[in-house]
Design a protein around this ligand. Structure first.
Ligand code: GLA
Length: 393
């Protein structure tokens, strides 16, 4: 029975058409976006207008022809809201976040919506050696370095340029030595909202000294609507036949392990909650899913990495990337204690998930993993799409 349901859902997912191809549906959506505007709203721009580290912060809204909306702040380059229609044409915000910029500045803030750098995920023992020189990083996660350090790119004010209604360009100069990393790194991230309902993120970076770079976005999604319960009923496909097992500090052991016969096999669509509490050492280490999946197609071409759907709302999220890996994090550290969540919401355990496209964690210390070294004269380049659709009623 369960299997049948999954198959039906999977079939539905592959026959998706953009919900707004249908003019009747389109006008229903427009009407509903007005009528429900008191329920789903983009936070006030003024709540994001302040000065942090001597720089102006703001909130920028991207819109496409289908009335999909994405709000982004240049504080940490964070996605604040993603508003898409559900199967009934009702507009839903599927992105966890805060109503005010101050929410994002809290010490226990879990990287909601953030651009992550200079190095996404963990570097073991907060150190690495490059060209014979040892670099020490701030150890902000149980002796390890996590997400570029406490003042990583998620906590920096980016320079913002709104190019048009659907494009925002963010740039940031990470100075030589910042958070322990060598080289002045010039980073550019272009967010564009396409007319097929995708948030496209184009990352580029150049350096004046050899360094390591691994950029990603840390948006937390709940396709039932943010603050609307657990994500364990979502159905997930990950196109990865291997994953990188970790030790108790969540640092990869170096092994590339087959997902076959493990709770990490998402090569066919499976409910997230189906095996999350299975008796499995890797799940114990991660307190659930918090692992890097090695994509079966590891090429730098843009390919589908993952596909998630909510049976409740019919909303689906497809992740496409040029990266070789993706971190599936099931919101295990969310504990309902955060303050200022949108509408006063607290965001309980496993009420959001992240799909962070990336090179593998700890690559600077793991010679068998694809390299994350960037040298002067080279350009780091990475593209990821978060593409939304709605299964027709
Ligand atoms: C990443 C990590 C997790 C956790 C979250 C943020 O996904 O892998 O272990 O640190 O970020 O809370």
């Amino acid at each position: 029975m369960k299997t049948n349901l999954l198959i039906v859902l999977a079939a539905g997912v592959f026959s998706l058409s953009a919900c707004t191809n249908n003019p009747e549906k389109q006008s229903a959506q427009n009407a509903s976006s007005d009528s429900v505007s008191n329920q789903v709203m983009i936070p006030e721009k003024s709540n994001f207008q302040t000065t942090i580290d001597g720089k102006q912060t703001d909130l920028y809204v991207l819109t496409n022809q289908n009335d999909m909306k994405v709000a982004i702040t240049n504080y940490g380059g964070r996605i604040v809201s993603i508003i898409v229609p559900d199967k009934d044409g009702k507009m839903v915000d599927v992105n966890l976040g805060y109503e005010k910029v101050s929410g994002y500045q809290q010490a226990n803030e879990p990287y909601f919506g953030a651009l992550i750098g200079r190095y996404g995920n963990r570097i073991g023992n907060a150190q690495f050696t490059l060209d014979g020189k040892a670099y020490k990083l701030p150890a902000n996660d149980n002796g390890q370095s996590l997400h570029g350090g406490p003042k990583g790119f998620h906590a920096q004010v980016w320079d913002a340029k709104k190019i048009n209604d659907y494009t925002l360009e963010l740039t940031y100069l990470s100075k030589d030595g910042e958070e322990g990393y060598p080289g002045n790194l010039n980073v550019k991230v272009v967010y564009s909202l396409t007319n097929d309902n995708a948030i496209k993120m184009d990352y580029t970076a150049t350096t004046d000294k050899a360094t390591v770079v691994n950029l990603t976005n840390h948006a937390y999604f709940n396709l039932n609507g943010e603050g609307n319960g657990s994500i364990n009923n979502h159905v997930l496909l990950i196109n990865a036949d291997k994953f990188t097992p970790v030790n108790a500090s969540l640092i990869p052991t170096g092994e590339l392990k087959s997902v076959k016969g493990t709770p990490f096999d998402f090569t066919t669509p499976t409910a997230i909650g189906q095996r999350v509490d299975a008796d499995d050492e890797q799940l114990k280490f991660g307190k659930g899913y918090d692992h890097n999946f090695a994509l079966t197609n590891s090429s730098t071409e843009l390919k589908q990495a993952a596909l998630v759907s909510s049976p409740q709302t019919g909303i689906t999220l497809e992740v496409l990337t040029t990266e070789p890996g993706i971190q599936f994090y099931g919101g295990n550290f969310l504990d309902g204690k955060l303050t200022d969540g949108k509408g006063g919401k607290k965001y309980e355990h496993r009420s959001g998930f992240c799909l962070e496209t990336q090179h593998f964690p700890d690559s600077p210390n793991q010679t068998s993993f694809p390299s994350t070294v960037l040298k002067p004269g080279e350009t780091y380049s990475s593209t990821t799409l978060y593409k939304f659709a709605t299964k027709q009623q």
